[in-house]
Design a protein around this ligand. Structure first.
Ligand code: SF4
Ligand code: SF4
Length: 337
């Protein structure tokens, strides 16, 4: 059974974009250089910011992300430094190319997961979205990283380009020996927001018909699956992570957001000033979190209202959940008769 993962009041997540450059040009990439900058942060600055973002009492999970974080020549040293600082878990989000010999410079003890992005069970589908040759390179990278004893989680971003292919992913994960699967939903942000003609978002009906079933099939194969909740029934409570949880999305230009949907706008709650995390004056995303509307998430209503539908009285048929609220299915295997 899928269960909703409630926001943990004392858990903190730091998504640290240590650079924004990438070797790929995925069609759905949300990185927006105008808003997030183009610089590669020096290791010295990253370490200072990591210290500032740590919390002595509450477990802080760290995700190194980009761009492609393995393009940073000091990533290995940053992983080790974060471990010494006491981060509760360390993950590297990567496209699977593994630059700068990072796999030779860290050990499975240094980090919890490499989280690898792959958007198709076959070359044709993945390479249409992520670029020619990326499927072969990513799958080879996954095999190499597993052989070295690291743990791997796979992220698949569902859009109209690959919704019908999702059902083939559990078998691929089993073949590769991956036991964690994160099914992400496309957001209308960054590059995908620029194409106004193509409808990439998934409707509620499409989501409900495909994603939970695929998640269930993967769980039966012994794979732990997580996916965004997205749609709430009227009876389900709405919570905004900006008000009840601690998430920090850090960018190289010093902006720190609490909500991913705000990242295309200058609405960030904090900014690094002289290497100190500094609260910005209003109006920021924090002020928007407090607006209570019948549609649920206020940022969804502002920037991607296409996924809302209304009844004849003009009332929303459902609420949109916080984009940070996830469903989770524990892995299990059916006993053979
Ligand atoms: S691998 Fe990630 S950062 Fe790079 S282009 Fe694709 S989505 Fe963007
Ligand atoms: S996605 Fe919506 S509900 Fe979640 S933090 Fe952002 S504004 Fe709040």
């Amino acid at each position: 059974m899928a269960s909703t993962v409630a926001f943990h009041k004392n858990a903190r997540n730091v998504f640290f974009h240590i650079l924004t450059v990438c070797n790929l040009k995925c069609r759905h990439c949300y990185i927006n250089p105008e808003q997030h900058g183009l610089e590669m942060l020096p290791a010295k600055t990253i370490k200072r910011w990591l210290k500032e973002l740590m919390h002595e009492k509450n477990k802080t999970n760290l995700i190194f992300i980009g761009g492609e974080p393995t393009l940073h020549p000091d990533l290995h040293a940053l992983i080790k430094a974060a471990g010494k600082m006491g981060y509760g878990s360390i993950t590297v989000d990567t496209n699977g190319f593994f630059f700068n010999h990072v796999l030779e410079k860290v050990t499975p003890e240094d980090l919890d997961y490499f989280s690898v992005g792959l958007d198709g069970s076959r070359r044709e589908i993945n390479d249409f979205i992520r670029g020619k040759g990326s499927y072969a390179k990513c799958v080879a990278g996954i095999k190499r990283v597993l052989e070295k004893g690291f743990k791997v989680s796979l992220i698949y971003t569902v859009s109209q380009w690959n919704l019908r292919d999702l059902k083939h992913m559990p078998a691929l994960l089993e073949d590769l020996g991956i036991d964690r699967f994160f099914i992400q939903v496309i957001g209308i942000r960054g590059r995908s927001a620029r194409d106004k003609k193509e409808r990439l978002q998934i409707t509620r009906r499409e989501w409900a018909a495909v994603v939970p079933r695929v998640a269930e099939r993967a769980a039966r194969l012994g794979i732990h699956v997580t996916y965004p909740k997205v749609f709430l029934n009227k009876s389900e409570p709405f919570e905004c992570a900006g008000l009840v949880a601690e998430n920090y999305f850090v960018f190289p230009n010093g902006r720190v957001y609490q909500c991913p949907l705000c990242e295309d706008f200058s609405l960030h709650s904090y900014v690094f000033e002289q290497n100190r995390l500094t609260l910005r004056p209003p109006i920021t995303e924090k002020n928007l979190f407090e607006l209570s509307i019948p549609e649920g998430c206020v940022m969804n209503k502002l920037i991607q209202p296409g996924n809302l539908t209304y009844d004849k009285q003009g009332k929303p048929r459902y609420k949109i959940a916080c984009c940070l609220l996830k469903e989770e299915i524990e892995a299990y295997r059916l006993a053979l008769a």
